[in-house]
Design a protein around this ligand. Structure first.
Ligand SMILES: NC(=O)c1ccc[n+]([C@@H]2O[C@H](COP(=O)([O-])OP(=O)(O)OC[C@H]3O[C@@H](n4cnc5c(N)ncnc54)[C@H](O)[C@@H]3O)[C@@H](O)[C@H]2O)c1
Ligand SMILES: [Zn+2]
Length: 376
């Protein structure tokens, strides 16, 4: 069944939102008004200390990976009460049961009780895995996420999806569980490698294309270095919150967040077996170009809109010239979790700022979309 159109995102009003300056007197006021419990503030230590004043703590564990321990933990260390650090190896290859076992073991060794709190300081890998460990330890203890990559701030931080990879299946084991709060500081982005920052930007572009035309027009006039991250993170979080709150279990509307991801995921997976490994956002940028082409072919967007999307994404992400194995990529799209039976179903823009889902797409259309990407 073909889904309905989603409404354009509402205009951002700062009073409705939690992005704010760092006036700590305001913090409690804002905090009590929070819905969705996502707070965005520039200075990480102020953000966290404001939060910690509001909670009664027995035990506190801080989960970091090797990089975030070096780059991010020092920014908040001074405001933390007595705590234990749990450090794990960085990278998607460690988002697995073996690392969970280490985390659960350390919580057990610390005799962590059900009133303890885990603060996860890391990117999407750590947020998904740390949240999963907390949500399952003793049937669930509280955790907060402090996402430290742009991708984690604008995407993984909202929607309550937690989990790990299993036997090469991505996010195969997991649960839905919201953190007590998600605390987002743009300060962490200062140490993030450029390629990681750019990768997260793809999700921001996606949010604009599926839900906010005027924001799309605004960001598309700027290069990566001119973007206002504080504002864009707030905007993306708001869009993702609206969508996930309307459809927490991904029965309909939430599928629009998969725009760019059917072909994008397949290309990402394909690239992992080549010398041109793509970051998630890089593959999603390609997926958005290809899927916009399919949308244009189906008269959902105009040729001008397609050209604008393609030109802008290429200007930011460059063009990948490595050959795509089309048959293999199409075979990979068949494994997409969102398909029904043997049909490939996509979320596609319908005009800019709106999207529809469960649109059936044929192999031929995907081949043509890959051809389009190679021609531009
Ligand atoms: N739960 C969701 O809804 C959701 C949504 C999107 C993605 N994800 C998951 O997110 C994961 C990808 O997340 P990611 O891109 O953040 O990767 P990541 O967590 O592996 O972080 C990327 C790298 O940057 C390092 N790093 C993190 N923050 C840093 C900082 N501030 N300064 C310097 N280095 C830093 C990390 O140690 C790591 O090496 C995937 O596993 C994906 O499945 C989940
Ligand atoms: Zn994504």
């Amino acid at each position: 069944m073909r889904g309905e159109m989603i409404p354009s995102a509402v205009a951002l009003k700062s009073k409705d939102y939690h992005a704010k300056g760092h006036n700590s007197a305001n913090f409690r006021l804002q905090y009590s008004k929070m819905h969705g419990r996502v707070v965005i503030e520039p200075i990480a230590s102020q953000l966290l200390s404001g939060f910690l004043k509001e909670v009664a703590l027995t035990q506190l564990a801080v989960l970091v990976d090797t990089n975030t321990r070096q780059q991010c933990y020092p920014l908040i260390q001074s405001v933390l009460p007595s705590h234990h650090i749990i450090e794990v190896a960085a990278g998607e290859e460690h988002k697995n049961l073996a690392t969970c076992t280490q985390i659960w073991q350390q919580l057990t060794d610390l005799q962590f009780d059900r009133h303890g709190l885990v603060i996860v300081i890391g990117g999407g890998v750590l947020g998904d895995m740390g949240g999963f460990c907390a949500a399952t330890y003793k049937r669930g203890i509280n955790f907060i996420l402090m996402p430290t990559t742009l991708l984690a701030q604008v995407d993984a931080s909202v929607g309550g999806k937690l989990g790990i990879d299993f036997n090469n299946f991505k996010n195969h084991i997991g649960v839905f569980q919201e953190p007590v709060a998600t605390l987002i500081s743009t300060q962490f982005l200062a140490t993030l490698p450029h390629r990681e920052l750019r990768s997260g930007f793809a999700e921001i572009v996606k949010h604009c294309l599926i839900a906010d035309k005027s924001k799309w027009e605004e960001i598309a006039q700027k290069d990566l270095s001119d973007q206002n991250w504080q504002e864009l993170i707030a905007h993306s979080v708001q869009i993702k919150q609206q969508i996930t709150q309307a459809d927490p279990r991904e029965k309909g509307l939430r599928k629009t967040l998969n725009f760019g991801h059917t072909l994008g995921h397949a290309i990402e997976t394909f690239s992992l077996g080549t010398d041109h490994r793509l970051f998630h956002g890089e593959a999603i940028a390609i997926g958005m170009i290809m899927e916009s082409f399919i949308a244009q072919q189906k008269n959902l967007i105009t040729a001008n809109e397609l050209e604008h999307i393609s030109q802008y994404l290429i200007s930011i992400f460059g063009k990948v010239h490595a050959p795509f194995d089309q048959n293999r990529i199409i075979a990979l799209t068949m494994q997409d979790k969102k398909n029904k039976g043997s049909k490939v179903l996509m979320a596609l823009p319908q005009g800019i700022g709106k999207a529809i889902w469960d649109v059936e797409v044929s192999d031929k259309e995907m081949v043509e979309a890959m051809g389009y990407y190679q021609r531009i």
